[in-house]
Design a protein around this ligand. Structure first.
Ligand code: SF4
Length: 305
């Protein structure tokens, strides 16, 4: 089939089966165009709760797991089973279990970019946009923040009244950014603002006019409609902004580094296979594990109010 035939057949199968497509904003544009919901990982999981019986997740594994944790009765299909977030798996549940035994007074705070198994061990989850507020609201004075050391150190600076322990996890995409990348692009575009994701290293974050999650960066760009903006995150956000605002000037920081290959696994063929029942992976989580993982998400919602 050619591209147009794939698209038409996916649309036809969507109608026939009632399946809904959830796409993370880092997905390729042809997937975003077919999606019923586009957003960051938690938004996808939240929105899925009010959708039909079958949802297809175009993103990475922890995102599909999150959808299943919040919507256990739905058939949740990860369109590309090989798509994982390397950061989500950089620390083992065993490490956390041992840490908890030795440090019972420390709250375990897990970034949402973690496996369901790690969420089971956590006291609370955070998104990059809610992390500061939630860490302020945690009752404990000491926090182990897993797995992203960059987001963890950003939060630790914003919450100086608490003691943070970090691990050596990081997003292999954002962690590659350097201050030189920023300074070089700023030389070319001296009037441009610089917006960055807190998964970037601290010395890069220190140069930013705005630091925030994917949705925050998009809102910041909307609010600063008459400014040029350097985008310091995965290239999917830049692609989304340039499609949405074709007359505006956005500059992708370090474009050669800012491509998450796991986020690009899902093309039309993979989505077509998943919606046709010939590909993808149906996500299953044992009920006991799901309930343990959900506790940390419920706590995130409670402390984030
Ligand atoms: S961009 Fe980084 S955090 Fe996001 S899925 Fe890719 S590796 Fe994981």
């Amino acid at each position: 089939m050619n591209k147009e035939e794939f698209i038409n057949d996916i649309l036809r199968k969507k109608k026939e089966t009632g399946a809904r497509i959830l796409a993370h904003i880092y997905q390729p544009p042809e997937i975003l165009e077919l999606a019923d919901v586009v957003g960051d990982s938690f938004k996808l999981a939240e929105m899925a709760q009010s959708m039909g019986d079958t949802v297809i997740v175009c993103g990475v594994r922890f995102m599909a797991e999150m959808v299943k944790i919040l919507s256990p009765k739905k058939k949740v299909i990860l369109a590309s089973p090989e798509a994982t977030c390397p950061m989500a798996e950089q620390i083992s549940p065993e490490y956390v279990r041992k840490f908890k035994k030795k440090n019972p007074d420390v709250a375990i705070c897990a970034y949402i970019n973690t496996t369901a198994e790690l969420k089971e061990e956590a006291d609370v989850c955070v998104t990059s946009s809610s992390a500061v507020k939630i860490c302020k609201n945690i009752e404990n004075d000491k926090i182990l923040f897993i797995p992203d050391k960059n987001l963890g150190s950003y939060v630790a600076k914003a919450v100086p009244e608490k003691k943070f322990a970090l691990v050596d996890g990081f997003c292999p995409i954002h962690n590659q950014l350097t201050p030189d990348d920023v300074l070089l692009l700023k030389q070319e575009h001296p009037l441009a603002l610089f917006a960055v994701h807190p998964e970037a290293p601290a010395e890069v974050v220190a140069l930013a006019d705005y630091v925030g999650a994917t949705s925050g960066i998009i809102d910041y760009c909307k609010k600063n409609a008459n400014r040029e903006i350097i985008i310091g995150t995965e290239c999917g956000v830049y692609d989304y902004l340039t499609l949405r605002y074709p007359k505006r000037k956005f500059y992708q920081l370090a474009p050669e580094k800012m491509v998450c290959k796991d986020m690009k696994y899902t093309g039309l063929t993979a989505l077509w296979s998943a919606i046709s029942g010939q590909g993808g992976e149906v996500i299953e989580i044992p009920e006991e594990s799901r309930l343990r993982a959900k506790r940390s998400i419920d706590e995130m919602l409670r402390l984030g109010k």
